[in-house]
Design a protein around this ligand. Structure first.
Ligand SMILES: [Zn+2]
Length: 400
């Protein structure tokens, strides 16, 4: 079985090892070494990346049958001796977040009596799942304060082995199926937390820098807490700072005043939108009245109004058609030309004509589709120049 050098030393990234087995897994070249600093995906912590004799290591997993560590490679490697190099930036990020998780987990136990039942660490997000159904802002702040206090006290973090049955005071989330150490490996954050864990950790809490809770998400009876440590926390702060500074500059106010300013803007926007709608309706009323006045009366006093517009809003035209036929004895054949032309055919309730059929035949002739009720129909969606639209409306009027 591969000797796991990272158990006793999380900091060494360059090493030499002997290849004990070469194989293929899912058509990818794989080597097993007599010893390695490469951490395989396990316990919620992702694998290390890096190189073996210059060949990129693209994944590291544990073989089910004998717990050997599989170094999955980007290319074939035939050497018997290899020089390994672990990507330190990625490893240290995992160390910061894994140790940070131990601290945050213990902090939530002490401040909110909430147990951690899940841990997930990926390049995008880091989360713990807490066995609690609610968590107030005050509780989160308290846990965060305590966690950062422990970081700033720069406490030693040590990994040591205990007898398997010596589990007193040890937080155990889940023991692995096969124990790979001669006893129970525990991570001791001096005077604060002891957790059974096989991952890589920093040697003093100060190296985590900072821990920040970002958001909560309710998941059934649990709460998922997203957090960031160290460099990721800094990157998050940097990005959010830029965003809020930009918002404040756009709103012409201080950052702290932005929420009030935004609420005021939203309220103003709603008021203005409502006022605009009222004004637009009034305009349509005037437009309809003018069209009715100007339209000549035909046989039996029926007024057929045709009107072709360009680039008019469909909702507005629909309203105009409805206003026109609110008067008795009116047939309105109106439309708007453009890339997606729309036609509206409507008639007063006291008239017998079938607008649905008329619109259908008009649009069929133009290569479009549409229809509706005998008193109101709409359709279009085809490209139509204003002259063609005007002509089509005239043709439809002749068919009445
Ligand atoms: Zn751990």
């Amino acid at each position: 079985m591969t000797e796991r050098l990272y158990y006793t030393d999380s900091y060494t990234t360059a090493f030499t090892a002997r290849v004990t087995e070469q194989l293929q897994v899912d058509n990818r070249p794989v080597v097993i070494l007599d010893q390695t600093y490469f951490y395989p995906t396990s316990g919620g912590q992702p694998y290390d990346m890096g190189t073996l004799n210059g060949v990129p290591v693209v994944d590291v997993t544990v073989r089910e049958t004998d717990a050997a560590i599989l170094h999955i490679l980007d290319a074939e490697l035939t050497d018997e001796e290899v020089s390994g190099g672990v990507d330190w930036a990625r490893r240290f990020d995992h160390m910061q977040h894994h140790t940070g998780q131990h601290i945050l987990t213990q902090a939530f136990v002490q401040t909110a009596d909430a147990k951690t039942v899940g841990f997930h660490l990926s390049p995008d997000t880091v989360t713990i799942d807490l066995e609690t159904s609610s968590l107030s802002d005050a509780r989160i702040d308290a846990a965060e304060e305590l966690a950062n206090q422990i970081i700033w006290e720069n406490r030693p973090v040590t990994a040591r082995l205990r007898e398997m049955d010596d589990q007193e005071g040890v937080r155990i989330r889940r023991l692995p199926k096969h124990l790979l150490t001669d006893g129970l490996r525990v991570i001791d954050i001096e005077g604060f937390d002891i957790t059974a864990c096989g991952g890589t950790h920093v040697s003093r809490t100060g190296e985590i820098g900072i821990i920040k809770v970002l958001k909560l998400e309710k998941r059934g009876g649990k709460i998922r807490v997203e957090f960031r440590c160290g460099k990721r926390a800094l990157a998050d702060l940097r990005e959010k700072n830029r965003v809020v500074q930009r918002i404040a500059a756009d709103l012409d106010c201080r950052v702290t005043e932005a929420p009030v300013m935004l609420a005021r803007l939203r309220k103003d926007y709603r008021t203005q939108t409502a006022a605009l709608k009222t004004a637009a309706n009034q305009l349509i009323d005037y437009e309809a009245a003018e069209m009715l006045t100007n339209a000549p009366s035909g046989a039996e006093g029926i007024k057929v109004i045709t009107a072709a517009f360009e680039g008019r809003d469909a909702g507005e035209l629909k309203l105009l058609a409805a206003r026109l036929v609110a008067h008795p004895g009116v047939i309105a054949l109106i439309g708007t030309a453009g890339e997606k032309a729309m036609l509206f055919f409507a008639r007063s309730e006291n008239l017998p004509n079938d607008m649905g059929a008329l619109l259908k035949s008009t649009l069929t002739a133009l290569g479009g589709r549409g229809g509706g009720q005998p008193n109101f129909a709409q359709g279009g969606g085809i490209a139509l120049e204003i002259d063609a639209l005007r002509e089509a409306l005239k043709t439809a009027a002749r068919q009445l």
